[in-house]
Design a binder for this molecule. Structure first.
Ligand code: IPM
Ligand code: MN
Length: 353
């Protein structure tokens, strides 16, 4: 038996519902495999503003740092739109990424055959499937660059050091070694100086991975290529902002943003795991959100931070089983399927562990 300390950060909007769903499934895993998961709930985002006046209380950082991993729901919502920019809910998320030095964000998009109908692409575009891993740099670039505001202007700085690009590049190549050994580095090197540094640094790293094929794509073209021929990609490595945008696109192609997990990792085994979607305040509290992205994020946590490969597989298999039995939340609903709420979906997956 192993014991793990998990910080739970349900956050805002649908966050509490989907995290509860993931806990239902984790509890089933602990029962079946005899592990002990100790949960500590923390406040981050809008809920932390309501309770503490700030989106990321020190207590939250301390608990997360002491935990083996963090499982996060989502943050943000219109309720906090009038907050000053330095006190927005999103600042909590960015702050914890920085505090835990989670510089590498892995966002897999896989088209499940059961969800072909939920993809906005025509069948012919999907005939070769989709299985891409977006490796997004997470603690640098324009998200953390200098912000300046004048009377009638504002600016945000996109800045990368060679060191920052190197460490994310290494993760991308290591990831590719475990997959199809192809890396596409996405940038805007025809315009941006930071992208030219990015590209040159990727070329340097590639020398250490002779088995991996590296190619480069401008971000505008990459968006188009994802839409017209998604099967061509194996690993995409890109900056914070481009990765944010392209991972939403690749997730939509996979059927729904409600399906896709992510892992944010740094130098240590303690990672943060979260669905790539947001807090969806318009459907919060209605028990209709899709908990699968958070549930499979928990599976990534078991595998990547705890080394529980078999247990992670059990979760993914259970998700497939429930989808095969035609249960669908409304975001992935199609004709003839059984409409299923958030709680029920999580219970069904838990029962199949
Ligand atoms: C994401 C989200 C966040 C981001 C927001 C909520 C700050 O969109 O995780 O993709 O832009 O990184
Ligand atoms: Mn995003």
């Amino acid at each position: 038996m192993s014991e793990f300390n998990i910080a739970l950060s349900p956050g805002d909007g649908i966050g509490p519902e989907i995290v509860a769903g993931a806990v239902t499934v984790l509890d089933a895993v602990s029962k079946k495999y005899g592990h002990k998961f100790n949960y500590t709930e923390v406040y981050m985002g809008g809920c932390a503003i309501d309770k503490y006046g700030v989106p990321l209380p020190q207590e939250t950082i301390d608990i997360c740092k002491k935990s083996d991993s963090v499982l996060l729901g989502a943050v943000g919502g219109p309720k906090w739109d009038s907050q000053p920019s330095e006190n927005r809910p999103e600042k909590g998320l960015l702050g914890i990424r920085k505090a835990l030095e989670l510089y590498s964000n892995l966002r897999p998009s896989i088209l499940k055959p059961q969800l072909k109908d939920a993809s906005p692409l025509k069948d012919e575009k999907l005939s070769n499937g989709l299985n891409v891993m977006v490796v997004r740099e997470l603690t640098g670039g324009i998200y953390f660059g200098k912000r300046t505001k004048g009377e009638d202007w504002a600016s945000d700085e996109e800045k990368y050091s060679v060191e920052e690009v190197k460490r994310i590049g290494k993760i991308a190549f290591e990831t590719a070694m475990l997959r199809d050994k192809r890396v596409v580095s996405v940038d805007k090197a025809n315009v941006l100086e930071s992208s030219r540094l990015w590209r040159a640094t990727m070329e340097e790293i590639a020398k250490d991975y002779p088995e991996v094929t590296l190619s480069h794509m401008y971000v505008d073209n990459a968006a188009m290529q994802l839409a017209i021929n998604p099967a061509q990609f194996d690993v995409i490595v890109t900056s914070n902002i481009f990765g944010d945008i392209l991972s939403d696109l690749s997730s939509a192609i996979a059927g729904s943003i409600g399906m896709l997990p992510s892992a944010s990792l740094g130098a240590t085994k303690c990672g943060m795991y979260e669905p790539i979607h947001g807090s969806a305040p318009d459907i919060a509290g209605q028990d209709i959100a899709n908990p699968i992205a958070t549930i499979v994020s928990a599976a990534m946590m078991l595998e990547m931070s705890f080394g529980l490969t078999e247990e992670a597989k059990a979760i993914n298999n259970a998700v497939d089983k429930v989808l095969n039995e035609n249960y669908r939340t409304c975001d992935i609903m199609s004709e003839g399927m059984i409409k299923t709420g958030c709680k029920k979906m999580a219970q069904l997956i838990a029962e199949n562990i």
